[in-house]
Write a protein that binds this ligand. Structure first.
Ligand SMILES: Cc1ncc(COP(=O)(O)O)c(C=O)c1O
Length: 450
């Protein structure tokens, strides 16, 4: 064994002995030891390279180890690493200005957090205090983070083990044309019925008790559910009618993922609060936040905001956000993301759907796409049951393994593969990844009716 081999096995052994991983039965884990990354690729300790079709957790929007972003962090580290949240600081001020310049309407203040969950927690706190109301409406098939409030807001199985969590959360159905909760036959019908359902939910909950409606502008992990045209505008109108705060969770959908700075831009809708994290600085350092409308910010002009974090507006993290936003602008990252979606991913996925009987639906925008796998296109029976684990999840696990064996790191969730590489991935790299997926999908086809 060489010294290098000893170090490698030491890393793995220390991980297994001492690192407690998220969302996992610790005994069942066999983590890849990642040695390095560049652009849209990362590699393990043995030099096996993977094209990153997951952007890790759909956060490395700018790609791995962008030299200008690394340099900006190094420069800031040499100048000033950290300062208490009550001081002002150049990097924090500039990050807040740049982010609010990008945000729609009168959203012109930022409360910085360390990530997405703290953003949704604080957005809800702001909405409750600003309205004097208590309830929060969020959709089934959503994820909003794993802290006590954020997991309560979440509309999927990751919430179950934490119940009862924060009281006052009511879940309702959002639009999902492929599996419509409203038996809708078209996008327009889905939009109209989903809005009527939200109206009905408010009638029975009492609109005067509802502080906020919180939505992922485009639902991420739970299926890349792109709302039909008119839905977000309709939610905006319903919130206005009842004095309810509209919170857009753009933790995954924001910062270019949907080919826009914020997904709401596509429909020209202005929420009252936008939660962000992930793509704001591609996770080079932990950072998130809430972009706050003037009206809600003013609520806390003469009364203190009862919330805070030691690392709110962390200097290094803010410097990385500043650098990242500048790189996006200089390199046309948003435009590239939009083109990748329209010219490469969308058309290529449509071709895959023609070839593979296991593909029931493909959908998405920008660099945010889902392939939904079924056993039967006619009945739309899912390739694996909802929330499957163990043997029941085997077809999906086999598909993921087939991708990895060919050098592609996929993002899978339930019966779906999401195509979510860094926004900076080249068209050729995307085509290379999709060609691997094409081969690997034969594994799923074995379970599908012809
Ligand atoms: C839409 C959405 N909101 C919130 C979160 C939570 O973010 P974090 O993991 O940074 O707390 C996530 C994470 O995946 C997310 O996708």
């Amino acid at each position: 064994m060489t010294a290098l081999d000893t170090q490698r096995s030491r890393t793995y052994a220390d991980d297994r002995a001492h690192v407690f991983h998220s969302w996992s039965a610790q005994g069942a884990l066999d983590p890849l030891v990642v040695a390095g990354a560049e652009g849209s690729w990362f590699w393990d300790e043995n030099g096996h390279r993977y094209l990153d079709f997951s952007s890790q957790l759909v956060n490395v929007n700018i790609g791995h180890q962008h030299p200008k972003l690394v340099a900006a962090i190094q420069e800031q580290a040499a100048k000033l690493c950290t300062i208490a949240p009550f001081h002002a600081n150049e990097a924090r001020s500039e990050a807040a200005r740049l982010i609010t310049e990008l945000a729609p309407g009168d959203l012109d203040m930022v409360f910085f957090t360390n990530g997405g969950a703290e953003a949704t927690e604080n957005a809800v706190r702001m909405a409750r205090l600003a309205t004097g109301r208590h309830k929060v409406l969020t959709t089934y098939r959503s994820y909003h983070g794993a802290t006590n409030g954020a997991i309560a807001l979440t509309g999927e199985p990751r919430r179950w083990a934490s119940e009862p969590a924060m009281p006052g959360v009511v879940h309702f159905w959002g639009p999902y044309p492929y599996r419509s909760a409203f038996h809708a036959a078209s996008d327009a019908e889905e939009c109209q019925r989903a809005l009527a359902h939200l109206d009905d939910t408010l009638v029975v909950e009492g609109p005067g008790t509802v502080a906020a409606v919180l939505l992922e502008s485009v639902v991420g992990t739970n299926g890349i559910l792109v709302p039909p045209d008119g839905y977000l505008a309709g939610v905006r109108e319903i919130c206005d009618r009842h004095g309810i705060v509209f919170i857009a969770d753009e933790v995954m959908s924001g910062f270019g993922r949907c080919g826009e700075w914020f997904a709401v831009d596509r429909w020209q809708v202005t929420p009252d609060l936008i939660c962000f994290a992930k793509g704001v600085n591609s996770g080079y350092l932990p950072l998130g936040g809430v972009i706050i409308s003037r009206r809600i910010a003013d609520h806390f002009k003469d009364r203190p905001y009862p919330g805070g974090l030691t690392y709110s507006g962390h200097v290094l993290a803010c410097a990385s956000a500043v650098a990242s936003i500048k790189i996006f602008k200089e390199e046309g990252v948003i435009e590239h993301a939009r083109r990748l979606g329209e010219e490469v991913i969308g058309p290529e996925l449509a071709k895959l759907k023609e070839r593979h009987p296991s593909i029931g639906d493909v959908r998405g925008l920008g660099v945010f796409w889902a392939i939904e796998l079924v056993r039967d296109r006619a009945t739309r029976e899912m390739l694996v049951p909802y929330n499957a684990s163990g043997a029941a999840a085997k077809p999906m696990n086999d598909l993921a393994a087939a991708c990895k064996a060919r050098g592609l790191w996929p993002f899978t969730h339930f019966n779906r593969v999401h195509v979510v590489p860094p926004l900076t991935t080249s068209a050729d790299e995307v085509r290379h990844g999709l060609a691997i997926l094409d081969e690997a999908l034969t594994v799923a086809d074995q379970h599908a009716a012809g």
